[in-house]
Design a protein around this ligand. Structure first.
Ligand code: PMP
Length: 466
């Protein structure tokens, strides 16, 4: 039998087989993959995807929190092609740059809050977090505090998949015995999830408790060993966790008291997902020292990330004595990626997509929150275009269903059969649609998801899970 690789015009089934036989996907679940393989997607337009068999889906996942301006824009393809023809690559190491990268650096300085006028380009979100964590150490060392290298993060956070960024993150399911993680100089605080706070504790008391936990850690470890604190303003992959009112601001104040740099991991929350260029200041009143971004920076058209940091950090690093910042990636400030990011930002400004994310986002959030009345749904949380539905066995006790129930995957499968993509994650179904979503499309998502949840609830009742 000829190898599928020899086929000139592979059919959808051939494509499925090529992938099934050769690819190791990120976060592959071996059992399911061996049985089912992967869905082959072949076209995207706006919020819609088509699979290789021509079936259409509304992508409420937004790629992976990233297709912010929507797919299939000719203008983006032309910007990419034009730059690829003019200058596809030129490195930005040491003392070289290129036109789009220089323009993008200046544009980002204009969009960031406060004095975050400096940018270190990366290849994506993980490398942005990795570089930011190293920058913290470099800065503190240059400040004459060589011991102040540690990073404080939170449980259930996701910061990427490099060795360092994955060690900083701590989603419970990601930690496996087969991998090693850096533990020295990394500490994790409790997840600020109001839904799962201790019974009988008010949200305000829970917030006080979280702040006290941070202060107690600093007292125990010593502020002279903690260089930075990293937080996603809303924890994304850890469960769309909106922290208690005032939490981020108070954590920032603790950081300021102890010369701990505040890193906002805005890989998801920047570039319009919450209706702002950056959410830490505009949504939560926090002025970070460093912001990590990626995803919406290019709306997923090409890979790119960035560490945005303050003039103060630059000045200290530049004057601190080290000869160079010995870290960086071949594709940092890639000309094509930079041209794409510039065009992406231009489109967001021209079409007021932040305005749309604010307006339709509020509508989307409200429509999703109506699902909280369903018997299977324990919590619907999030803001604007970043929302999740949490399924429970018992709304009173908030007990989760057993793993065998597999309810969130079944809900996403049921929705998929009805033409809607929602992302299953543990006991959650997660949504982060493109910023171009309309109110009619928000209604479509709400209606289909409700039908899918009802269908799976009926099955769970029949099977004795509910
Ligand atoms: N930080 C956050 C908050 C993320 O959600 C992600 C990816 N989902 C990352 C970092 C890592 O980004 P990337 O996958 O582009 O490396």
């Amino acid at each position: 039998m000829p190898s599928v690789l020899a086929l000139n015009t592979p059919s959808p089934a051939d494509l499925w087989a090529m992938d099934r036989e050769h690819a190791l996907h990120p976060w592959t679940q071996f059992g399911t993959f061996e049985r089912e393989g992967a869905l082959v997607i072949s076209k995207g337009e706006g919020c819609w995807l088509w699979d290789a068999d021509g079936r259409r889906y509304f992508d409420s996942v937004g790629g992976l929190w990233c297709t912010n301006i929507g797919l299939g824009r000719r203008e983006m393809a032309l910007a990419m092609a034009d730059q690829a023809e003019r200058l596809a690559f030129s490195n930005t190491f040491v003392d070289m740059t290129n036109e789009p990268s220089a323009r993008l650096a200046a544009k980002l300085a204009e969009l960031t809050p406060g004095d975050l006028n400096r940018v270190h380009f990366t290849t994506g979100g993980s490398t942005a977090v990795d570089s930011a964590a190293r920058m913290v150490g470099f800065y503190q060392h240059a400040m004459g505090r060589p011991k102040k290298q540690g990073i404080v993060a939170r449980d259930h956070s996701y910061h990427g998949s490099t060795y360092l960024s994955q060690s900083i993150g701590k989603r419970p399911g990601d930690r496996v015995e087969e991998f090693r993680y850096k533990t020295d100089g990394i500490w994790h605080l409790s997840v600020p999830n109001p839904y799962r706070r201790p019974a009988k504790m008010t949200e305000a008391a829970f917030c006080d408790w979280l702040i006290a936990e941070f202060e107690a850690l600093i007292a125990k470890v010593g502020a002279d060993r903690i260089g930075g604190f990293i937080a996603e303003p809303i924890q994304a992959s850890g469960g769309v966790i909106v922290p208690p009112e005032g939490y981020l601001k108070r954590m920032w104040e603790v950081c300021q008291r102890h010369d701990i740099l505040f890193i906002a991991d805005e890989v998801v929350t920047s570039f319009g997902r919450l209706g702002h260029w950056f959410a830490s200041w505009d949504e939560f009143g926090v002025q970070p020292d460093i912001i990590c971004t990626a995803k919406g920076l290019t709306s997923g058209y090409v890979p790119m990330g960035a560490v945005l940091f303050s003039d103060r950090i630059w000045d200290v690093m530049a004057e601190g004595g080290a000869r160079w910042f010995s870290s960086g990636y071949t594709y940092a400030g890639h000309p094509v990626a930079s041209a794409v990011a510039l065009k992406n930002i231009e489109i967001m400004e021209r079409e007021d997509l932040l305005g749309n994310a604010t307006k339709v986002g509020a509508y989307f959030e409200a429509r999703m929150k109506e699902l909280a009345a369903m018997p299977l749904v324990g919590d619907v949380r999030g803001k604007k275009l970043m929302v999740c539905v949490e399924n429970v066995a018992d709304k009173e006790t908030k007990a989760v269903l057993p793993d065998e129930a597999n309810e969130s995957k079944r809900i996403s499968n049921a929705a998929e059969a009805m033409g809607l993509m929602v992302r299953p994650m543990g006991h959650l179904n997660v949504m982060s649609p493109p910023l171009v979503i309309t109110e009619a499309q928000a209604d479509f998502v709400a209606e289909v998801l409700e039908r899918a949840i009802r269908q799976v609830t009926d099955e769970l009742v029949r099977e004795g899970f509910k």
